[in-house]
Design a protein around this ligand. Structure first.
Ligand code: DAH
Length: 339
C-alpha cells in the first residue's frame, strides 16, 4: 500500500505539472481525490492492515492528499498568471497609433448662408418669423393687392390645393400674417420654402427659398430701406459693394424697386458673370402699399413701412460660384463637401 501511495504521488506530480487548463486540474483532482478516485480506492485496503501499520499508512495517505492539494493550488496560480499574461499580450494597446478619422457632417450651403443672413438681420434688431408653406390664396395673393385675374399671378403660377389654398409662391404671404397679429413697430425677416410650377433648369426649380423682410413703424421712409439693404449687402459682400435701385412694379409695394449689387467678380467693370452689366440683380423691394397696410388694420396716417424679398439660392450660387441650381438639391456629397 505504501508503494501504491508513493506511486500515486509520483504520477500525480507529473500529471499536474503538465496540466494545461483549469479544467484539466479539476479533472485530475476528481480522478485522484474524488469519492470514486484513486486515493479512496487505495484506502479501501486499510482493513487488511495490522494495527501498527494502520497509523503509518494513514499518515502517509494524509501527506499524499495534502501534497496533491498543494500541488493543485500551486498549479492553479501558475495557470491563472500565464492566462493573464497571454491576455495582456493579445490586448496590447498601441497608444501612439494614429486614430480613425470620424466622418463629421456639416451644414448644407443653403443653411450656412441662411444662418449668415439671419445673423446680419438679427444684428439690426430684426426677429425671425415663419409662415405656412400651404397657404390661403388670400395671404399669398389677395391681401398683397393681387386680386384674381391680376396679371401678376401669371408670373408666379403655383400649385393649387383647391380654389382657396395654394403652395405659397412667395414668402410675402408672411408679411400679412405678421401685420394681422402684431402691432407696429414691426421688424421681421421670414425665410422659407416657396413653390412655383416652373420647369427645372440651371436657374429654376419648382421649390426654392426666399427671405422676406418687413419693417413697419412711424416715419419709415425709402431711406431706411436703402440703409438697411446697404448694411446687409456690405456685410455679405464686403464694403466695396455698391447698390443700385431700379424702378420696378410689385403690386404690394409703392414705389417698388429691383435692387442690384455691383458684380463681385469684376467689381462693376462688366464680365461674364454679370453678362457685361457690372451689376447683378439681387432682390425686389419697396414701400409697403397703403392698401396692404390698411387691409391689416394699420393706420397709414401714422405708420409706413418697407418690405423686400430675396431668393436664397441666388445668393448662395453667387457667393459660392455655383453655376447650376440643381447641384444644391442633388445631395451629392462629392459636390457638397467642397464647401
Ligand atoms: N415676392 C416677390 C417675388 O417673389 C419679391 C418681393 C418684391 C418681395 C418686393 C417684397 C417686395 O417684399 O417688397 O418676386
Amino acid at each position: 500500500m505504501k508503494e501504491q501511495l508513493l506511486n500515486m504521488k509520483e504520477k500525480a506530480s507529473q500529471a499536474l505539472t503538465s496540466a494545461k487548463t483549469l479544467q484539466d486540474l479539476e479533472d485530475i483532482r476528481i480522478s485522484l481525490l474524488g469519492k470514486k478516485g484513486e486515493l479512496t480506492a487505495i484506502l479501501r485496503g486499510m482493513g487488511g492492515l495490522s494495527a501498527e501499520e494502520r497509523p503509518v499508512i494513514g499518515q502517509l495517505a494524509n501527506e499524499v492528499r495534502s501534497f496533491i492539494e498543494d500541488k493543485i493550488e500551486e498549479q492553479k496560480k501558475a495557470l491563472v498568471a500565464s492566462e493573464r499574461a497571454e491576455q495582456l499580450k493579445s490586448e496590447t494597446l498601441d497608444v501612439t497609433m494614429a486614430g480613425k478619422k470620424p466622418v463629421i457632417g456639416k451644414t448644407h450651403p443653403l443653411t450656412t448662408v441662411l444662418e449668415e443672413v439671419k445673423d446680419i438681420f438679427i444684428g439690426m434688431g430684426f426677429s425671425i418669423v415663419e409662415g405656412p408653406e400651404v397657404e390661403y390664396d388670400y395671404y399669398n395673393f389677395e391681401a398683397l393687392n393681387i386680386p384674381a385675374d391680376h396679371p401678376a399671378r401669371d408670373t408666379q403660377d403655383t400649385f393649387y390645393i383647391n380654389d382657396n389654398v395654394v403652395l405659397r409662391s412667395q414668402t410675402s404671404s408672411v408679411q400679412v400674417r405678421v401685420m394681422e397679429n402684431q402691432k407696429p413697430p414691426i421688424r421681421v425677416i421670414a425665410p422659407g420654402r416657396v413653390y412655383r410650377s416652373d420647369a427645372v433648369d440651371a436657374t429654376h426649380s419648382p421649390v426654392f427659398h426666399q427671405i422676406e423682410g418687413l419693417v413697419v413703424d412711424k416715419g419709415i421712409t425709402m431711406g431706411d430701406l436703402k440703409g438697411t439693404l446697404e448694411v446687409f449687402m456690405k456685410t455679405l459682400y464686403g464694403n466695396d459693394a455698391v447698390l443700385r435701385f431700379r424702378p420696378h412694379h410689385f403690386p404690394f409695394t409703392e414705389p417698388s424697386a429691383e435692387v442690384d449689387v455691383s458684380c463681385f467678380v469684376c467689381g462693376g467693370k462688366g464680365c461674364r458673370v454679370c453678362k457685361g452689366e457690372g451689376f447683378i440683380e439681387l432682390l425686389g423691394a419697396g414701400m409697403v402699399h397703403p392698401k396692404v397696410l390698411e387691409r391689416c388694420g394699420i393706420d397709414t396716417s401714422v405708420y409706413s413701412g418697407f418690405a423686400f424679398g430675396l431668393g436664397l439660392e441666388r445668393i448662395v450660387m453667387r457667393r459660392l460660384n455655383i453655376d447650376d441650381m440643381r447641384h444644391l438639391y442633388d445631395n451629392d456629397l462629392r459636390f457638397l463637401n467642397q464647401f
